[in-house]
Ligand binder design. Structure first.
Ligand code: ADP
Ligand code: ASP
Ligand code: MG
Length: 439
């Protein structure tokens, strides 16, 4: 069994959906096809939800109508038969009626998550209608029947696996299964999601749940590049990465993969392939447990970082000081990305600001607290980086004109992280590209 996940751009146009269809009918093996919403849809749904949260029903209605219009055009290009078109019309009507009903009721967080789920529901139903129109046998698998998260928003892999195996056991002969990425049920049995970009995570979780042979992530680029192609001109795809390297790149900002999408596949040792829907024969990137080569392989940047410095009120950091500091973050379920310490102070970075005020208030009982917002973590990722001679010097030489707020070196064999003000991010990535890859 293999998992084939297609992102927003891969299903964002009728002709692309046809390409996806060509890719999934190739070969006899069983596959679970995981689809994102059409590109732009989740952003539009966020816009609708934001307008409702701000009690601006007029704006929400306007946004619903614009999105509705998009789907009215889309399905007519996607489908040719009377039967297919009338099915699609019904699907679109049902989902937009739902959005219009929401306009009339009082808004809350659970409703917002219901709104966000409409994108994947629409894309999978329209794609399934296309398969039906073309007489391609397939099974529609609603993700909400098996994908779940617990009270800490962590996926319940064991439960997911049990449920999915029971469902799949009903279909011994069928080869193609279509399901939604991103959406799930939470511990209150409400509709929820795996956060933005979460369809990659869904694919990896489904792969782990059924011990798939491979998880293929089909997107709009030919694999993981050695730097962010949106910012740096000369980047190239990396043929092979280890799970650890890919996880670090995903976590530290390589948008091609959801930050948490590697661990399920890694835990069950399932290869992950990053492939290009628009160029299916390109090599792409294969991610496995193999650690190949040494030295720097890629750079990534994570935005929206806040640095917090706590200067101990005593001259030296007394024992127990760090524990107390970390307990504050634990209490507010806020994870720390980078840490640096000196004899008198400790600096940490966080990206979840939901409890910043409470955290700062509590930390102030232990010392002087300083907060720097709008920071970016630049991560240099590869194999045995700390051991490879000259790497740190090369990194520092590339950044001579950029003030570096924090450096984390030696914490992992795969990563050197630097914290800079967000305004230096692009220059830092470009200079490091020249310094580390000689371009
Ligand atoms: P999808 O909609 O298929 O999930 P995404 O937009 O989430 O696709 O991810 C693919 C995009 O990630 C690429 O178009 C590219 O601009 C961006 N990206 C950022 N960093 C990298 C990187 N290191 N390698 C490849 N793509 C990257
Ligand atoms: N549609 C969701 C998003 O745009 C999930 C995904 O595409 O992976 O974030
Ligand atoms: Mg994505």
């Amino acid at each position: 069994m293999k998992i084939m996940k297609f992102g927003g751009t891969s299903v964002g146009k009728p002709e692309r959906m046809h390409q996806v269809k060509d890719l999934i009918i190739h070969g006899k093996e069983k596959k679970i096809v995981v689809l994102s919403a059409l590109s732009g849809t989740t952003n539009a749904l966020v816009g609708i939800s934001d307008a409702l949260a701000a009690a601006n029903k007029e704006l929400a209605k306007e946004r619903i109508d614009t999105l509705h219009q998009h789907y009215q055009v889309f399905y007519k290009d996607l489908l040719q038969s009377e039967a297919g078109r009338s099915k699609a019309e019904k699907i679109i009507k049902e989902h937009f009626e739902f959005l219009n009903i929401i306009l009339k009721i009082s808004f809350n967080e659970a409703i917002s998550r219901d709104i966000l789920a409409q994108g994947e529901l629409l894309s999978t139903k329209l794609f399934y209608t296309l398969l039906q129109e073309l007489d391609i046998p397939a099974v529609f698998l609603p993700a909400l029947d098996f994908m779940s998260i617990d009270e800490n928003a962590e996926p319940e892999l064991k439960k997911i696996s049990e449920k999915l195996k029971i469902i799949l056991a009903n279909y011994q002969e069928e080869n193609i299964f279509v399901t939604q990425g991103y959406i799930c049920k939470n511990h209150r049995n409400e509709v929820d999601n795996l956060k933005r970009g979460g369809s990659d995570y869904s694919a990896s979780l489904i792969g782990a749940a059924i011990s798939a042979d491979v998880v293929e992530i089909w997107t709009d680029i030919d694999g993981m590049h050695n730097n962010d192609p949106r910012i740096v001109d000369k980047t190239r795809p990396i043929a092979q990465l280890s799970f650890d390297e890919a996880a670090e790149l995903a976590y530290f900002g390589a948008k091609i993969l959801h930050p948490a999408s590697i661990w399920p596949a890694q835990q069950y040792n399932i290869p992950v392939k990053l492939l290009n829907t628009m160029e299916p024969n390109a090599l792409g990137t294969t991610i496995t447990s193999k650690e190949l080569g040494t030295g720097v392989k890629a750079l990534a940047a994570k935005d929206g970082i806040t640095a917090i410095k706590i200067k101990s009120s005593r001259m030296l950091l007394a024992y127990g000081f760090l524990r107390k500091v970390f307990e504050v973050f634990e209490k507010y379920k806020t994870s720390i990305d980078m840490i640096t310490t000196s004899e008198v102070a400790v600096s940490v970075t966080i990206d979840d600001l939901s409890h910043l005020n409470e955290i700062v208030r509590e930390l102030e009982t232990y010392g002087l607290v300083e907060v720097d917002k709008n920071q970016t973590i630049i991560s240099v990722v590869g194999n045995l980086i700390a051991e490879s001679k000259g790497t740190l010097a090369n990194i520092m030489d590339s950044l001579t004109d950029i003030p570096i707020r924090m450096v984390s070196y030696g914490g992992s064999r795969h990563n050197v992280s630097l914290l800079v003000d967000a305004k230096y991010k692009n220059t830092a990535l470009q200079n490091l590209n020249i310094g580390l890859f000689q371009w």
